[in-house]
Design a protein. Sequence first.
Length: 230
Amino acid sequence: MTLIKVSWLIGLMTMAPGAGSIATAEDRKPDDDMARVMAREECGAERCIAVARGLFDFFDRRLHELQGNGRACADCHMAGDRFQLSPASAEARYQALQQRRLKNPLADDPLFRPVDANDYRVNGDNATDYTNLREHALIRVTLPLPGNVRHGFTHFQLELAVVSGVGTTEGLWSRVERLGDHALPTLMKKVVRHAIAALATHPYGSAASSAAKSGSSPSAASLTGANESR
């Protein structure tokens, strides 16, 4: 029923005089009949107008007043892939883009932006190596890590600036809540806690950081290093 209501409302809005887009439908002044429809119809716990606008916005690559990079939500949360981005989907889109560029060198897919390339830190906007995105479907999320980590050794004080980065398949990887299983020195425990504090303020990292900071498991408790004084 919700789908029928939303589809009907979208048709009503797009046919209405002066309705340039679904994103501006509420900003303009609708006629009285249309206003009553918008106010009355509900789709679950939300107004149908809000659901319809959200649907359009989800696929909109040029959202109003947002300085985006040409991507829509749907570019990374693919509707045909259960609203996720899988390595198979990323690779398929990459190969399709290469085929299009054989005829049109300027062909573009907003999924592939230099900021998510492996060589972005070196080549900037000229980066072209999308191995991490193609093989692991990973998008770079930059997490600000304010402040520094200070640690006192016997003969000197050390201050570290912690920055976020993009990992590779090399080295030892650990889930945040499992970091306590590793024999981290005191300094590295401080670095980890500093990074987790930044994760806690980010929507994509809040769940993992909460689990690590809660002390709800031996791993998390040992990670916090509460008894470490230095």
